[in-house]
Design a protein around this ligand. Structure first.
Ligand code: 5GP
Length: 126
């Protein structure tokens, strides 16, 4: 069920539990303010999630409230993960779902990195 991205942060969400070490994840990389790990239900041969360690519901929340250091760290980790996994030359996709119409299900900001095969059109009209 997609979340309302204007709701207050829910510290019981799945990614908060991963950050606390209450749930496991398959870690890809980590920086001072950010964590990258494999999606549990991959939708492409490479499907990695990058999240800030801070309590931000969505891209909207993060871009409004995070420090410059957190934003720089997060942006750099997304790029580093793609470079380290040789995704740049073949191309890859970044996606951040925000709120109800965006289809966001976990109420902690995450960017999806997809790659490893041709990804087709950005959206398919239904
Ligand atoms: P959203 O729809 O919110 O943009 O994406 C949430 C993503 O989180 C989904 O791709 C889903 O597979 C992934 N996910 C949900 N629960 C877990 C979990 O416990 N561990 C990991 N690694 N990924 C999860």
């Amino acid at each position: 069920m997609p979340i309302d991205a204007t709701s207050p942060y829910d510290s019981d969400n799945i990614f908060a539990k991963i950050l606390r070490g209450d749930l496991p994840c398959e870690k890809v990389d980590e920086s001072e303010h950010s964590l990258a790990f494999h999606d549990i239900n991959p939708l492409a041969p490479v499907h990695i999630l990058v999240i800030p360690k801070g309590a931000y519901v969505s891209w909207d929340d993060f871009s409004a409230k995070a420090s410059d250091a957190e934003i720089a760290d997060f942006t750099r980790l997304v790029g580093k993960v793609a470079r380290d996994r040789q995704m740049v030359q073949q191309g890859y996709r970044l996606l951040a779902n925000v709120g109800k119409r965006g289809g966001q299900e976990v109420p902690h900001l995450h960017v999806h990195l997809f790659g490893g095969e041709p990804l087709g059109p950005m959206l398919a009209r239904q």
